[in-house]
Design a protein around this ligand. Structure first.
Ligand code: IMP
Length: 181
């Protein structure tokens, strides 16, 4: 891996593909144990989670299903300012064990709102699996159940994560360089 330029920013190698996939192995093993005999439904959050979802899913040995959802954020009239909606999600999840698959949990605002929207549909349980977690940026109390890798509060790209559309195809995780800004 080497330094890459995406739009106006520079990114340097941070975590190799091998390191990330070893962490995915561990998360998959946790999930295989936790959901043995349950047939959970995995919900990948597009666009970023498609790489992690694929790597995770092919390591699952339990009976399981997967679907994908897009999240639309727009400014509404609520006091919080931003309203989030799930697009293209027609799955019946009542009584199902659901695992939301995310690329990264940063402040946690997105995942917490997704969890609220899913709970309105009365699943039997909902847990979260994320490729990356930034504990120093996280602002909520909701536990993030399955974390492949915790990272400091730095901006990263690769393995599905982007900077303004670019970088999702990078193998391994790259982080922003101090002089690339
Ligand atoms: P939240 O702050 O947890 O709600 O994260 C919102 C979204 O910001 C994530 O789903 C990502 O799409 C994006 N994001 C947060 N941190 C990063 C990063 O380091 N690289 C790329 N995207 C990020």
């Amino acid at each position: 891996m080497s330094v890459v330029r995406l739009h106006e920013l520079e990114f340097e190698p941070y975590l190799s593909e091998g390191e990330v996939l070893a962490a995915v192995d561990r998360v998959a093993a946790e999930i295989n144990t936790h959901y043995a005999g349950e047939r959970p439904l995995f919900i990948g959050v597009l666009n970023g989670a498609f790489v992690f979802a694929a790597e995770l899913f092919k390591r699952l040995t339990i009976e399981c299903e997967i679907t994908f959802v897009k999240v639309a954020s727009y400014h509404g009239t609520s006091s919080s300012g931003t309203v989030t909606d799930l697009i293209g999600f027609n799955e019946r999840i009542e009584g199902r064990h659901v695992v939301v698959v995310e690329d990264i949990v940063d402040t946690g605002n997105t995942i917490v709102h997704i969890l609220e929207l899913l709970r309105d549909r009365h699943p039997a349980s909902v847990r979260v699996a994320t490729l990356l977690f930034k504990p120093d940026a996280y602002k909520h109390q909701v536990p993030i159940d399955h974390v492949a890798l915790s990272i400091p509060n730095v901006f990263v790209v690769g393995m599905g994560l982007d900077h303004d559309g670019l970088g999702r195809n990078l193998r391994g995780i790259h982080r922003i360089t101090s002089h690339g800004k």
